[in-house]
Design a protein around this ligand. Structure first.
Ligand code: PHE
Length: 423
């Protein structure tokens, strides 16, 4: 009796739902068990911040994915089908990120998901993908915990324990900094993780963290934190945040007469940073996934194709989006079928893929172990300074192949021992 009432109610609410949705999709949904009609396309889902204060993250990633998919389809697609990408704008909001992934899986029947950029949003969307057994590749979420969600969640970028090592080593060995102040976003998994990892490495190499000050994304006034930082007379200031906040912080730091070099991570990577901050970020350093000047063949081909299509040089996000989409397609080709399990297995078997952002092998924890670059803002543009390699990843030597020569002026891997390959 109870079951019946339940079904009747469920049927009623389904009817109500269908009435709200004008798309014919629901009405035409096949009965359970009916095989899906053959289709000449494969749908991939994407979610990202196409609007909001991190809008360039989503836009650049989307451009990179578009370019990759265009090339894949031109070369014959995957399993004789064309790839189609359905993208949702999560506006940089956690709740929207979870909803977007749910929609991609349940409504759009995506076989795999690309995204997100911001670690907090990959954590939100990744949980939904994992629960539904649909593989997700984050192009650029670096927080260590993202791929710990489960066996469906992968990334093609390095992790923040390594990124923090790269910045901390650069600060101590190249800038000879002894005392660094940190200003981080307390609501961001990425920012907190990077702050913690930086503190460990920098203190471990004999330096000290003079003060840790916190802000919230979107704050307008950073003067209390910056004054406290100025009082400690730091040799450098590490700001593991995203570009809009970082730009505002840099401008206010300058106004307060702070001249210590500013340091950051990949979250600074946006053309908006110098646009908003102007001279306040000139000379600052941050770590990133690649630099447009790298002479490797993969980089130069990508930069040329991207610039021709979008009329602007690709940032790190665009390169990561491109690599993520190409790696997904490569795995789809190798997988015997596109079920979640088969596809996840194939993604996990990615080995030595020659990506724009370096050689990509997925390890047992579904992470990639790759070098980071340090860039410096010069004339309003990020400019290559050096490359840092994780343990176990050998820097290419100039003699081996033409594509592997390090950039002019590239320093060899730092003398200090890097952490074990990304967890
Ligand atoms: N790594 C950042 C995060 O995990 C996202 C990011 C990647 C931002 C690359 C800019 C460039 O949140």
């Amino acid at each position: 009796m109870r079951t019946r009432w339940f079904s009747a109610l469920a049927a009623l609410s389904l009817a109500a739902l269908a009435a709200c949705d004008s798309a014919p999709r629901d009405a035409a949904a096949p009965a359970p068990g009916t095989p899906a009609p053959p289709s000449d396309t494969i749908l991939i889902g994407e979610y990202g911040s196409l609007t909001g204060s991190e809008a360039t993250f989503g836009q650049s990633t989307d451009n990179g994915i578009q370019l990759a998919v265009e090339e894949i389809n031109k070369a014959g697609g995957v399993k004789d089908k064309k790839l189609v990408v359905k993208v949702y704008d999560d506006q940089g909001k956690t709740q929207e990120a979870g909803n977007a992934v749910m929609r991609l899986i349940t409504q759009d029947k995506a076989v795999a998901i690309l995204g997100e950029v911001a670690s907090s949003l990959s954590l939100a969307g990744g949980r939904v993908a994992q629960q539904n057994n649909v593989p997700m590749i984050s192009p650029s979420s670096t927080n260590v915990t993202v791929t710990e969600i489960g066996d469906m969640i992968f990334r093609v970028c390095f992790t923040d324990d390594f990124q923090a090592y790269a910045v901390a080593t650069f600060a101590s060995e190249t800038l000879k900094a002894k005392k660094v102040a940190v200003l981080y976003d307390q609501g961001s998994a990425y920012s907190k993780g990077l702050k913690d990892e930086f503190g460990k490495t920098f203190s471990g190499s004999g330096g000290s963290v003079a003060t840790e000050q916190a802000y919230k994304a979107g704050d307008a006034d950073f003067s209390a934190q910056l004054t406290a930082i100025r009082d400690t007379k730091p040799d450098a200031i590490f700001i593991p945040g995203y570009y809009t906040d970082v730009a505002n912080i840099a401008v206010q730091a300058k106004k307060l007469g702070i001249s210590a070099p500013l340091l950051g991570g990949d979250g600074w990577d946006s053309a908006e940073l110098p646009k908003i901050a102007g001279a306040a970020v000139e000379g600052a350093y941050y770590s990133n996934h690649y630099a447009v000047e790298e002479p490797r063949a993969e980089v130069q081909a990508f930069v040329a194709a991207y610039s021709a299509k979008f009329g602007t040089a690709p940032d790190g996000l665009a390169a990561m989006g491109y690599d993520a989409a190409k790696i997904l397609a490569d795995a789809m080709k190798r997988a015997p079928d596109l079920s979640g399990g088969a596809l996840a297995k194939a993604i996990g078997e990615t080995k030595d893929y020659a990506g724009v952002t370096g050689r990509i092998s997925i390890d047992g924890k579904r992470n990639a172990s790759k070098p980071a670059v340090i860039v410096q803002m010069k004339g309003g543009k990020p400019t290559f300074v050096t490359q840092v390699y994780p343990a176990g990843v050998t820097p290419p030597t100039a003699v081996t192949t033409d594509a592997a020569a390090p950039a002019a002026g590239a320093a060899p891997a730092d003398a200090a021992t890097p952490p074990a390959p990304a967890k």
